[in-house]
Design a protein around this ligand. Structure first.
Ligand code: SAM
Length: 225
């Protein structure tokens, strides 16, 4: 039984949904954190994983650059943003503070995607609100493992979303994407272990979850190659 269609079909739907209008809506409603919200992400992130100056960092599923902006506030990082939707990437590229960021247009959860980067290219791979939308989370984690240098770290930031978080044009995806409505912080670290990582941190994000703008509880996972 083909219970959810193919990855190619999922990607075609995904890219059609993230058109210019949806990218603008996302950037205004979800992507546009104010300075205090950014501060909260920065604080929870560096407590979970200090990222030293000079680190080579990938923001996977960078979207309009919300997490990229937070990374860009850390001194001395060399940042690459990977994002498949041209309209999302265009908004990221339009942000003055992200002029120094390298960009690659592409997905990260297929075996063909491994060609985007070299083995061991990154010290750190970070993602925010990506894993709930992955068609093949294990393939993504395996690619990340390949792209990280030995001792490098992957960071997942996501929310404990329920089915009702998937509404409108996104509702049809909830039974296609394995992590779409995960109510446990255990699934992501479990899958990262299966992909070869050693999990170091799994916790709810204290500062972020204390912010009035945070609707669904956010958690962070740090896993080491
Ligand atoms: C909910 S947005 C989050 C964007 C950004 N990280 C943020 O914090 O606002 C998810 C992004 O991941 C991208 N994306 C979806 N599937 C992906 C995949 N398989 N590989 C890489 N990026 C993907 C989408 O195009 C979208 O821009």
């Amino acid at each position: 039984m083909n219970w959810r269609g193919t990855q190619a079909q999922s990607r075609t739907r995904y890219l059609a949904k993230f058109d210019a209008a949806e990218a603008e809506r996302y950037d205004a409603l979800v992507g546009g954190l104010d300075r205090e919200d950014e501060d909260a992400y920065l604080s929870d992130l560096v407590q979970a994983l200090p990222i030293p100056a000079g680190s080579v960092v990938l923001d996977a599923g960078a979207g309009t650059g919300t997490l990229t902006r937070i990374l860009a506030r850390m001194p001395g990082l060399s940042i690459t943003a990977l994002e498949p939707a041209p309209a999302m990437l265009a908004r990221l590229l339009g942000k003055r503070e992200l002029l120094g960021v390298a960009t690659v247009e592409g997905f990260c959860d297929g075996s063909d995607d491994r060609r985007h980067f070299a083995e061991g290219q990154f010290d750190v791979i970070v993602s925010r609100q990506l894993v709930n939308g992955l068609f093949d989370p294990l393939a993504a984690f395996r690619n990340w493992h390949h792209w990280l240098r030995p001792g490098g770290a992957a960071v997942v930031i996501d929310g404990l979303y329920g089915r009702s978080a998937w509404s409108g044009i996104w509702q049809e995806e909830v039974d296609v994407l394995p992590l779409a409505a995960c109510q446990s912080t255990a699934m992501v670290p479990y899958l990262m272990e299966v992909a070869g990582f050693r999990v170091e941190v799994v916790r709810c994000m204290e500062a972020v979850n204390a912010r009035p703008a945070t609707v669904s509880t956010r958690y962070i996972v740090v896993a080491r190659k």
